[in-house]
Design a protein around this ligand. Structure first.
Ligand code: IMP
Ligand code: ZN
Length: 352
């Protein structure tokens, strides 16, 4: 595994016995985006096999080529859009049912499968999330069914699916995604929640109100990317919190009022350390907001976000808890064990 600097520095600062402790610690992954978690060799293989369709322009091929090159070389993120600009290349390669099933299978195996010489998988439980995408080869409903078919090859206590809405979605598209999530759950398929993600600087959150009312009424969990950048206004954040989410992604820039709501309602925070450091929304671990929540004994879940561009895994993220400063928080093994348990405690329930 090729790690980016924050995770690599932390792992290298640990003793072999600390690494072994982290490897066998049962870890829950609650915040992993499917198309951001594809193993690079799988994506490279899809690029090799890619046959341009009649509607593909030369620019699609160029987008794929430069996207793969960036991912191979290691991406640097000078601003948040450098991250979102990676996805057109990935999406061009995962637009058929076959390719989508292949990447879903590979991502599930990456988190839950046993690697050579390892006794434990990276995660013992995975809530995978993905945004239903309509392509010339599939409807949004078919997209979700295709991913679910792979998720359901694992036991229910190992793998479940969260349907993501994107802040840039029109009301009609969001309607379609929510309807797909609710109808599939009603049919007994393994969907446990709905997420809101996408470019944090885009969209009007007011327009998602009715969607999250329906999601809650259907008994699905809610997790929202919130206050990810300084550009997210307090109004944007408070509107999202009014949807009564169970969990929050990032929650980096909450003002006192928002923080009060989060603490009072015990909304668990999905913490993605490498993602925050590489996207430069947090400058170092010394000032990371995880410290505030740990001090308050508020539930957090340690997650990876997008292991493809961020070059990390759960071992790397947990290493950053255990390693001494400045490359880690310098916590004890007991404290890290307690944090891992909080991750499991924040899982969405499968209620029928
Ligand atoms: P997908 O939903 O499986 O297609 O996964 C990739 C998508 O997840 C991206 O296009 C983004 O919309 C979203 N995403 C991944 N990471 C982040 C993040 O940190 N913030 C907001 N959205 C994200
Ligand atoms: Zn995310």
């Amino acid at each position: 595994m090729l790690f980016s600097k924050p995770a690599l520095d932390a792992i290298e600062a640990l003793t072999p016995s600390q690494v072994d402790f982290l490897k066998v610690l049962p870890k829950a992954e609650l915040h992993a985006h499917l198309n951001g978690s594809i193993p690079l060799p799988v994506l490279q293989q899809l690029a090799k096999e890619y046959v341009p369709s009649g509607t593909d322009s030369d620019s699609t091929l160029l987008v794929i080529k430069s996207g793969i090159e960036k991912l191979q070389d290691g991406v640097t993120f000078d601003e948040i859009h450098d991250f979102f600009n990676l996805f057109p290349a990935i999406y061009a390669l995962t637009s058929t049912k076959e390719a989508l099933a292949r990447v879903a299978s590979a991502v599930l195996a990456e988190f839950l499968g046993l690697k050579e010489e390892e006794e434990c998988p990276q995660a013992t439980y995975l809530e995978l999330r993905s945004t239903p995408r309509k392509t010339i080869a599939m409807t949004r409903l078919e997209y979700v069914e295709t991913v679910l078919d792979e998720v359901e090859k694992y036991r229910p206590d190992q793998a479940v699916l969260i349907v993501s809405l994107d802040r840039r979605m029109s009301k009609e598209v969001a309607d379609e995604c929510v309807e797909a999530a609710i109808s599939l759950k009603k049919r007994g398929r393994r969907i446990v929640g709905v997420d809101l993600c996408g470019d944090p600087t885009a969209g009007d959150m007011e327009h998602f109100t009715s969607h999250f009312v329906a999601v809650k009424a259907a008994g699905l969990g809610i997790t929202l990317h919130v206050a990810e950048t300084t550009e997210n206004s307090p109004e944007d954040t408070l509107k999202l919190l009014s949807f009564k989410p169970d969990r929050l992604g990032h929650a980096t820039f909450l003002n006192d009022e928002a923080q009060g709501v989060v603490i009072r309602e015990r909304m668990a925070i999905e913490i993605c350390l490498t993602s925050n450091l590489l996207c430069k929304t947090v400058s170092d671990l010394e000032t990371h907001h995880i410290r505030y929540y740990l001090k308050k004994n508020h539930p957090v879940a340690i997650c990876t976000d997008d292991i493809l561009p961020f070059r990390t895994n759960l071992l790397g993220e947990y290493a950053m808890l255990l390693a001494p400063a400045p490359c880690g928080l310098g916590l004890s093994e007991d404290e890290v064990e307690r944090i891992a348990a909080m991750g499991h405690g924040s899982r969405f329930r499968i209620n029928t």
